[in-house]
Design a protein around this ligand. Sequence first.
Ligand code: NAI
Length: 355
Amino acid sequence: MSDSEITLVDPQELQDLMMNKFIAAGLPKVPAEETARHLTYADACGIHSHGTVRVAYYAERIAKGGVNLAPNIQFEKTGTSTGVVHCDNGMGQYVCNEALTYAIGMAKETGTAVVGVEKTGHSGMLSYYVKRAAEEGLVAIAMCQSDPMVVPYGGSGNYFGTNPIAFSAPRSSGDPLVFDMATTVQAWGKVLDARSKNRSIPDTWAVDGNGDPTTNPHDVRGLLPIAGPKGYGLMMLVDVVAGSLLGLPFGKHVSSMYADLTEKRNLGQFYILIDPKKFTDPDAFAKQVQQMTEELHEMKPAKGFDQVYLPGERSQIRRKKAMKDGIEVATEIYDYLKSDTVHFDKYNGQGAFAE
Ligand code: NAI
């Protein structure tokens, strides 16, 4: 985006505008506020693929009945350190955050929590959840299902989602260490970005309708897994754990984001939380993660790099700046957020790769 297409928006104003849009679509205040907080965080971190750009879509889905406005969230304890949170297809960011509260409580009480999150909506940016758990002193791993848009290694059709995996660990000083990635070479949002700018993409990102690598973002009909068979295996892990283990649809049977906005998504998310004190001295552990950070920072960078960054580090640098100077929002989206338009009635029934 060029500078003229971007407006810097105060974080609280942005959060309030998004919350009001969700309320106007029919979502009660509590889930609307949590969803808006999550999206504001994503945009502040510079992960624009999971921020304001999604508001019109979510508003349309809420308005058309594809989200349970008053979910009956139930935590079913299935063992000392295991459980399933039944989310009743409430708003993804809200119910997954509520589910995490149960998982954090269990991990603090029993030392670990292995918790499935069943029947959620699109949950957004996974780092939001694992960072929160690490701020409570826990090591956290999260994964979730997403729509089938990815060609399996050696295949010619789409089967898995971009199924992201994230982890976080406390450090003795500063923010927790946070890693968070889609298991595809690039997230779908980056192809959308290239489309909007009419820029070509590397031929390693995606394939066209014939299954051939393409550099034209408009021709993309399938995304490619990271590192060939290795990413393919990781996205499979996500569907096995966050899908089949919870009795949910898996792989190509997972609901599509746009196919029918009147239907609930029935997606799965999964948390593994570990209290370090069950394995080692927690202070020594946090110091060791800190030492790792410092040793990596001290390393001489490779040609073309200014330094070695830790995962999540650049997002936190961007977030701190954005919270002070304002969050970059596409002006078109900012105008929509300020307008009386609730949604544009444009997503329902679209294919996953529609413009
Ligand atoms: P990305 O490619 O921007 O980053 C992947 C990881 O690499 C991050 O931990 C990042 O901090 C790290 N990284 C990037 N550049 C680095 C550098 N120079 N040095 C060190 N580390 C660096 O992330 P991706 O794969 O585009 O995912 C974006 C977001 O989309 C994530 O938050 C993910 O959870 C979310 N997502 C959510 C889905 C859902 O259905 N809920 C589906 C797919 C993705």
